[in-house]
Write a protein that binds this ligand. Sequence first.
Ligand SMILES: [Zn+2]
Length: 167
Amino acid sequence: VDRISSERRSANMAAIRGRDTGPELAVRRILRSLGVGYRLHARGLPGRPDIVMSGRRRVILVHGCFWHRHGGCSQAAVPKSRPAFWQEKFAQTVKRDTLNLRRLHEAGWKVLIIWECEISDAKVVKQRITSFLEWARDEKASRARAPAFRIAGEAGPSRARRGSARP
Ligand SMILES: [Zn+2]
């Protein structure tokens, strides 16, 4: 038997379905409390990102720690049963995530990743989201300022490249 609790398993299944997971609902609540409009799972974008703010050209990805392999996270332990099977699954997910991030980035989208385990501290998540969105506003005034958050591997704020969204 895999050493995953039934609670964890149902969360994993929700993650597989790809929508309306507890963590995502929590992030949506925070956005509503900030008065920020968003779309869900926009089909036209790479990987159908969880939460899309088109006008701000921002997306928020709410990643389950288990499937998306949150580095160093206790929730990302590899199941003891059939480790090779899981490693293969994880490798596919991480590869897909990396590709989607790159495509979003190339199309001029800024991405904030919020990990499932971070949701427990709503105050911190709210602060991160605020910073992420405020940068969008400041960006219009001055592109010189660095973003508070950016995706891994991104060298810095990218210029131009806007409006070149891929299918
Ligand atoms: Zn985590």
